[in-house]
Ligand binder design. Sequence first.
Ligand code: ADP
Length: 478
Amino acid sequence: MNKWIQPIARYMRPRHVQTRLTLWYVFVLAGVLLLSWGLTASFLFLQLRAQLDHYAIQDIETVEGLLSFDTSGALTLREDYHNHPESKQVLERYLEVRSPEGGVLYRNERLAGQALSGDPIPGEGEGGYSTRSARLRDGTPVRMVSRRHTLDGRPLLLRLAYSEKPIWARYEELAVASLLALPVILALAGFAGYLLAQRTLAPLEVMARRAEQITSERLHERLPNSETDDELGRLARIFNNLLARLEQSFEQLRRFTADASHELRTPLTSIRSVGEVALQKDSSCDEYRDTIGSMLEEVNRLTALIDSLLTISRADEGRIQLHPTVFSAMDLAREAAGLFEVLVEEKRQKIAVDGDEDASVKGDRVFLRQALVNIIHNAVKYSPVGGTIFVRVRHEPAGSLRLEVADNGPGIASEHSARIFDRFYRVDESRSRGQGGAGLGLSIAQWAVRVHGGDIQLLPTPGTGCTFQICLPPVSNA
Ligand code: ADP
């Protein structure tokens, strides 16, 4: 069954929200109108019928006073009723008198020999008046009131009924008038609803048209109507925020691609020019060795750069899996510093590692070491010959861990400190490229620390040199 209904329902479902809203509105309005009219008509009908009951009770009391047995013992309405204005009206009602056993004692002319609702039902007319609706043999609907009465010591069951035809006629008139008015009301309401829906949804249409025109080259454009405080304004604002984020990501991606290409080209150009120069002249074996050596240096630089780029792109994709363990922070600091033994010796520098031997840290050892290595490497690179680099490990009272790397190099001017962690950002291009940096070390360190729930910052350092601080959450929280 469902197999058939679903495609039909889909086919019948109007494509436009505007039409759907209007149809819903019209259907709901039709339902509400029909229900309210039905309730009103029923209420009116019941009220009119209650009124009929009231009149019938009054009439039955009149009839009680006019009944008498004639000399032959037959029941009659008294002769003088013609002069009695109220009793005259009684003629216009249906009147029947029965014995309690059901025997018919009297029927007025209006009944034309028809029974008024058959044999008495148990308890009918006892202890007051009983009312009920019935139908005569000729189909006339009647409202009947019954009452027990005693005349000359004989028990009687009086029944008096009013035709319900006038009330049914009123009911039908009302129903016909309502049904005739319904299509007109619904057509007017539907038209008004359609215009209203069109007006309400018009901004959505404008937004859709504008959104259609936004391509990757036009991400700076924004949807209109974002100033309004309603749902459409909210939608436009959410969409505009999404566009802003997309624009920022596109811009970052574009810059990253351009910077990466630029960084890759530099060592390649260098390799090519070194090779070309070597090929142009006859060189000695030592000269060739030198050439190959400098080419390998550039290749190393390229490899390091490509490694960094790979780390960044995998981090961006969220593809890097962390393997957290708990280990000693001092061991980590010593291990990272130990990697620079040769370099430090060459520059006659010193790396002093000190701090809290009990301090432990939870995280992926490889990536946290990478972060520390990148910072110590910078300190070694930029510190002068004979300088000292301090690596300090401190356990905070709240349980978090601080790792500080301080040097006495040229330092970083405050105007650069905000951008120092940006990809490919260098304070001084010539200074850092000469020392092999592509401006990625700090951004990788920042990612590695943040992915562990920590933070890294450059502390304002008075005098020369600079201090980088890594904060990591307590072992229990990490
Ligand atoms: P790079 O690989 O070029 O060193 P980084 O992202 O590690 O890139 O650092 C960005 C820039 O910050 C560097 O180019 C350098 O100019 C500056 N910088 C970083 N650390 C130091 C430091 N200890 N002393 C002076 N300048 C630094």
